[in-house]
Design a protein. Structure first.
Length: 174
């Protein structure tokens, strides 16, 4: 199974987030899952890719041309796909994946999560979506969903994704 992991590209994060990314990468490789991710060499992206590769797993990176030109592409991947732009990058990542896991991240990760969730809501795919809630990172997002539930979203939105506490629960949810 090819699992797409969306996550932070920042190196300026507390170690607990890197530890969780490495644990997930280790578990993915040991379980025979392939990683599809944003192709970066930094932050949680780089950490999970290194871990999957170091454990003998397969890694496909998908990176926008401009990011590759900035020197942000990870070397040594099984496959590196360079796209014209960020929109094409997300499309390739989605089409190459059978499930999605969202680790902590910034606005890019949040935007990717909302797009994948919206596509599922519109019946464009029926792939599993898992938020790995490291150190309660996604608690406020879930609270915001509950606030939106009053007028803007249906209660069945919660059936479209799973909140996982750890790597084993995240992979079991696929």
């Amino acid at each position: 199974m090819h699992i797409c992991v969306f996550c932070s590209s920042s190196d300026a994060l507390p170690e607990k987030y890197f530890k969780a990314a490495r644990r997930l990468g280790n578990e993915m490789a040991n379980s025979g899952y392939s990683l599809v991710y944003g192709g970066g060499n930094r932050g949680l992206m780089g950490a999970i890719a290194r871990e999957v590769k170091d454990r003998g797993g397969t890694v496909t990176g998908v990176i926008a041309k401009m990011l590759k030109e900035y020197g942000l592409a990870k070397d040594g991947l099984d496959e590196l796909i360079v796209t014209d732009d960020m929109r094409q990058r997300k499309s390739v990542m989605e089409s190459r994946s059978e499930a999605f896991i969202f680790l902590p991240g910034g606005t890019g990760t949040l935007e990717e999560a909302m797009e994948i969730l919206t596509l599922k809501q519109l019946h464009c795919h029926n792939k599993p979506l898992i938020f790995l809630n490291t150190a309660g990172f996604y608690n406020r997002l879930i609270s915001f969903f509950k606030f939106m539930e009053k007028k803007f979203i249906k209660k069945d939105l919660y059936k479209m994704f799973h909140i996982a506490k750890d790597k084993k629960e995240a992979l079991k949810s696929n």
